[in-house]
Structure formats: structure tokens, C-alpha cells
Design a protein around this ligand. Structure first.
Ligand code: F6R
Length: 612
């Protein structure tokens, strides 16, 4: 949801901003803009991508040591040149970039209009910079103080950066509910960004701002204060991410790179978390919350999109292996439906970005009601792990393609570990059973590697089916969340309508859709539901649907019925989602390519949904 980057120091700001915006473009790509301080305040902004901004600035005077850039995912106001960031104050002295939503902007705007302000854009952001100007003017305040007072007046979420024509050595950043990291470079230079990717090649020293904190960078010095004016000591951390991890490494798209990274990312998510000699799962969350886990009555899993699908796999795992009742909830529903939660509950919040607004709000609600929160996130230092009591990182590495792939399999991998750990603590699993499942889990990276060989087959299938208007995805048991995930991948990057269904539910409605035009992807591996799924395939075939089946290597029965089969290595039911998802990711990738879609930046989407 919008990417922001800013620089102050001795280097040329513009190249740093453009490179940074390209790295942040996964967060939004409706429009892009920069503001540079070089004598005056020079603003260049345009509807479109960062490459359009580069074209706009060609041949322009861009020399500056202080500037900021923005890539937008539109919330208030359609994506056009005027609504693009940066926005300026009425007197043209101040400029702002913003990620988030100012919920009470309409009221503030009305008051400002009454005081003679004119607005050019439809954005909430422009209102905030006018408000800061008004506070400066009305009470003769310094900029630092005016920003602080203004932030007290706004309701909503923000990560903002402000620069002023009259303060060429000043950069102000603030956050509430939207992420912001400050990089500390050489000789008094500083970087501000939505995530560390624009900063990584200049410095490894960063501090993550906390909610309601303001970073004042003035004359080469950083001061962090709360919006209540209390000075804080910034916690400086070393970035562990490397540059290679955020580049395409020879792949045409980040999504393809990330699909192919899965043998490694799953391995990284498991590494060091199980000792095969002692049979002990070495996870801090298990150790520190052993008593809680032993006594808990229920697990509630919250998440959105793909993370919610991982949560569904989690439900099956925890109930199957640890025999704990589980509810899986869309965070956006959970937070508003007055759920019954109590102190014996454990809430597991799953999120790749660790910043999803609804998931964060669900955590806050559950915390208020006394539940214990485990966060399962990929982005280190993000808001959800910081709001949780405990948790685990997925260690999948940066996921930049907007469609989530390696984050999903990493989430499922950690959920398997937790399910085993919980079962162990509650005496539901013998050491030998645990070791057996762990041995199988540790063989998954190799099985995923083998599965990736189906790439050429998915390419061929894509050529055959890319013009289909609809797809159905069917699965039972552990295959059901896989079907949901396959359908989501297809619709988000290829814009083909797709539905995931429990295979047996098909006859309660969706079967009416099936005809010779309808491709039906069925998860038909040799699981506990194998025979049942075969009956469902027969039902599809009887209505002339085209079946693409994901089958276990060497299968002959399904192969005899289906129009096309993609083989995957055999594994236990628990671990099936880790392998069966791979061909579906590849299929949607190649269908989207055939349709000429922008795979890494699908329309209307953004990687990190920091607004509700
Ligand atoms: C789908 C996708 C989204 C995210 C969802 C949650 O490919 O990427 O559905 O899964 O927006 O995001 P996180 O996991 O960051 O909370």
C-alpha cells in the first residue's frame, strides 16, 4: 500500500529515490513522484509506473542532496497526475508523501476550506500537509512542533515524510499503523523507507520506528520522539537481508524466481528447529509457552488471502495431529463481529508482510480480551511480530512478487512444526511418530525441487487453456485449501474468474457451471480422500468438463479419467499442500504470461495491504 523513500546526505538523492521506488513498486504502482530540494521545491509526479516518472524527469535539473519519492496504491482519489504524491501545502513551502489513510480528512478539509484553503487533489494526504501549514501559521510554531500537533488531530494510519523549502537540512518521518524504517548511513546521511529494500546497499544500520513515533533528522542528527514529545532512544539493528535476495537473479519475474526458491525457503523455515537426535522441536514459542499450550482450549487462526489459506491448512494440522479445536477466521470479519475470545485461547496471526491492517486489528482485539497471540510472519521487524506475545518467522526471504508463493509454503512448514510441537507438549504424539513426520517434512525441499520439473508441462497447458473464461479448482481434506490457493493465484495474476471448492460441494451448485468449456483442476493425489475425489472427477467428466488432475507419481487410475495429469512425488496427507501447490503456482504464472498480464504487478493489487 504505497511505497515511500527519502534521502538526506551528501550523495545525489534522485538516483537513490528512483532505485528505491523500483524496489518498492510491489507496494503500489498507480502513480509515482519525487520531490527534490534544490533551491526551491521541485516536484515531478505522474500517473503510471516508476518508469513513467523516469521518462518525465529526463533532461530535468535533478541535482539535490535531499528528496523523497512515492509509489502509490490509490485509496482516496483515482490514480491520476494530480492525486499522485508528493503533495504540497498551500504556500508551496512544505511537501509530503504518505502511505495509509487519514480517516477524518473530510472534517479537517472542511475546516481548512472555511479558513481559505484550496485543494487541488481528492486525496486525504493533501489535507494533512495543509493542516500542518495552518498550525504553523496560526500558532507560529516550528515545523517539528506543527507536525506533532497535526498528528494528534488525525485519525487513521500513516507513514509520512515531510520536507520544507525553508529547512534544507531537515527531513521528518512519522508512522502509525504503516511501516517505516530509518537507515543510518555515513557522515550524517539518513534514509527513510517503507521497508529496508531501498536502503540495503547503502547501510545495514537501521531503526524501525514504532507506532506514534516521529523521526526528526536535522543537520545530520537523528532524534526520535513520540507524538507526546517524549524523546526515545532509537534501537539500532543490523539488516540481515542481502541485495541478491531482492533482485530477480536472471528470472523474468520475481514470482517465477520465488516459485523456484521454494526448496530453499522451505528448508530455511525448518532449519535449526528440530533436533533429530533428541527428537526435540527447538522453537522459543514452544518452550516459553509450554504451560499455555498444555492447557489451551482452542486455537483461533486469523489472516487474509493466501495467509488465510495457510491458516486453513493449519486448522487441519492442529486438529489432526494435536487434537486441539481450531477456528480459522478472515481477520477483516473477526475484528468486526464481536467474537467470543477468552484467556484460554491462542490466536495465531499469519501474515507474510506482518503489516496487514485487518490482521493487526484482529490481534489488538484478541489481546484486549486476554488471548495469547502467536505471530507467524515473514518480514522481520514488521508490526505483527512486534504486537504478538510470541511467534515464529518463516525465513522465506523477501517476497516481492505480489502473488504470494514461497511465503505460503513457508507458513505451512512452520504450522506443521507447531502442530507437532503442540501435540508433543500435550502428549498426543509419540517421539517415534514425531520423528517420522519430521523426517518426511525434511524430505519436502527435495520433493518440491522434483515437482518444479513440471514447469514445461504447465507451460503447455497454459497455451491450451489461457483463453478460458472460468476455472474451477477442487480438492478434499488437505487438498481443499490447495484448491482455494490455486484459484486465488489464477484470478489475481491472469484476471480469469476462478473458484476453489471442496470437491464434494461441487454438486451443491457449481456443477451447474460445468460444460466442455470449463477447465477443472482437481487435487487427486493418493490421500485419504483419493477414491472420493475420483468419484468427483467422474461427475465432472460426465458433464464434459476438462479435468487437469494433480496426481501422485505413478498413478494410473486418475490418469485414465483425466484429460491432463501433473504428477507430484508422494508424501503424507499432512504435507501434501507443500507439494501440490507448486504446479498450481506455475500454471497460473504461465497462463498469465500467455495473456500478456503483468505478473509481478497485477492490476488493482498491492503487496502489503496496510489499509482496511
Ligand atoms: C495473494 C496475496 C494476498 C495476501 C494477503 C495477506 O497472493 O498475496 O492475498 O496473502 O493480502 O497478506 P499478508 O500475508 O502480508 O498479511
Amino acid at each position: 500500500m504505497c511505497g515511500i523513500v527519502a534521502y538526506i546526505g551528501k550523495r545525489e538523492a534522485y538516483p537513490i529515490l528512483i532505485k528505491g521506488l523500483k524496489r518498492l513498486e510491489y507496494r503500489g504502482y498507480d502513480s509515482a513522484g519525487v520531490a527534490l530540494l534544490n533551491g526551491g521545491l521541485n516536484i515531478f509526479k505522474t500517473k503510471g509506473k516508476v518508469s513513467d516518472l523516469e521518462a518525465l524527469t529526463e533532461g530535468k535539473h535533478l541535482t539535490s542532496n535531499l528528496g523523497m519519492g512515492h509509489t502509490r496504491w490509490a485509496t482516496h482519489g483515482e490514480p491520476n497526475n494530480v492525486n499522485s504524491h508528493p503533495h504540497v501545502s498551500q504556500n508551496g513551502n512544505l511537501a509530503i508523501i504518505h502511505n495509509g489513510i487519514i480517516e477524518n480528512y473530510a472534517t479537517i478539509k472542511e475546516e481548512l476550506i472555511n479558513r481559505g484553503h484550496h485543494f487541488e487533489s481528492e486525496t486525504d494526504t493533501e489535507v494533512l500537509i495543509h493542516l500542518i501549514e495552518e498550525i504553523q501559521k496560526a500558532s507560529n510554531k516550528e515545523l517539528d512542533e506543527a507536525v506533532r500537533i497535526a498528528l494528534h488531530e488525525v485519525v487513521g494510519a500513516y507513514a509520512i515524510v515531510i520536507i520544507s523549502k525553508n529547512d534544507p537540512e531537515k527531513l521528518i518521518g512519522a508512522r502509525k499503523g504503516s511501516p517505516m524504517v530509518v537507515g543510518i548511513g555515513e557522515e550524517g546521511e539518513y534514509f527513510i523507507a517503507s521497508d529496508a529494500s531501498p536502503i540495503i546497499e547503502y547501510t545495514k544500520d537501521v531503526t524501525y520506528l514504532k507506532d506514534s513515533e516521529i523521526a526528526y533528522i536535522n543537520k545530520g542528527k537523528l532524534t526520535v520522539k513520540t507524538i507526546d514529545n517524549i524523546e526515545m532512544t532509537p534501537e539500532i539493528q543490523k539488516l540481515e537481508m542481502n541485495l541478491e535476495a531482492i533482485e530477480k537473479g536472471g528470472y523474468e519475474h520475481f514470482m517465477l524466481k520465488e516459485i523456484f526458491e521454494q526448496p530453499k525457503s522451505i528448508g530455511d523455515s525448518l532449519r535449526g528447529r528440530f533436533d533429530p537426535v533428541t527428537g526435540i522441536l527447538a522453537m522459543r514459542s514452544l518452550k516459553e509457552y509450554e504451560h499455555k499450550i498444555k492447557n489451551l482450549k482452542r486455537i483461533i487462526i486469523v489472516g487474509c488471502g493466501t495467509s488465510w489459506h495457510a491458516g486453513l491448512v493449519g486448522e487441519y494440522l492442529f486438529e489432526d495431529i494435536a487434537r486441539i479445536p481450531v477456528e480459522v477466521e478472515y481477520a477483516s470479519e473477526f475484528r468486526y463481529r464481536n467474537p467470543i475470545i477468552n484467556e484460554d485461547d491462542l490466536v495465531i496471526a499469519i501474515s507474510q508482510s506482518g503489516e496487514t491492517a485487518d490482521t493487526l486489528a484482529a490481534i489488538e482485539l484478541a489481546k484486549e480480551k486476554g488471548a495469547t497471540i502467536f505471530g507467524l510472519c515473514n518480514v522481520v521487524g514488521s508490526s505483527i511480530p512486534r504486537s504478538s506475545h510470541a511467534g515464529a518467522y518463516t525465513h522465506a526471504g523477501p517476497e516481492i512478487g505480489v502473488a504470494s508463493t514461497k511465503a505460503f509454503t513457508a507458513q505451512v512448514s512452520v504450522l506443521v512444526l507447531w502442530a507437532l510441537g503442540f501435540a508433543d507438549i500435550r502428549g498426543r504424539l509419540s517421539k517415534s511418530e514425531l520423528s517420522k513426520i519430521m523426517a518426511e517434512l525434511e524430505s519436502i525441499p527435495a520433493k518440491v525441487e522434483k515437482t518444479l520439473a513440471c514447469e514445461s508441462l504447465t507451460k503447455e497447458l497454459a497455451k491450451q487453456f489461457y483463453q478460458s473464461r472460468n476455472f474451477l479448482y477442487l480438492g478434499r481434506g488437505y487438498g481443499f485449501p490447495v484448491a482455494l490457493e490455486g484459484a486465488l493465484k489464477l484470478k489475481e495474476i491472469s484476471y480469469i474468474h476462478a473458484e476453489g471448492y471442496p470437491a464434494a460441494e461441487m454438486k451443491h451448485g457449481p456443477i451447474a457451471l460445468i460444460d466442455e468449456e470449463m477447465p477443472v483442476v482437481v487435487i487427486a493425489t493418493k490421500s485419504a480422500n483419493y477414491e472420493k475425489v475420483m468419484s468427483n472427477i467422474q461427475e465432472v467428466k460426465a458433464r464434459k468438463g476438462k479435468v487437469i488432475a494433480i496426481v501422485t507419481e505413478g498413478d494410473t487410475k486418475v490418469s485414465a479419467m483425466a484429460d491432463h495429469v501433473i504428477e507430484i512425488p508422494e508424501t503424507s496427507d499432512y504435507l501434501e499442500p507443500l507439494v501440490a501447490t507448486i504446479p498450481l503456482q506455475l500454471l497460473s504464472y504461465y497462463i498469465a504470461l500467455e495473456r500478456g498480464c503483468n505478473v509481478d504487478q497485477p492490476r488493482n493489487l498491492a503487496k502489503s495491504v496496510t489499509v482496511e
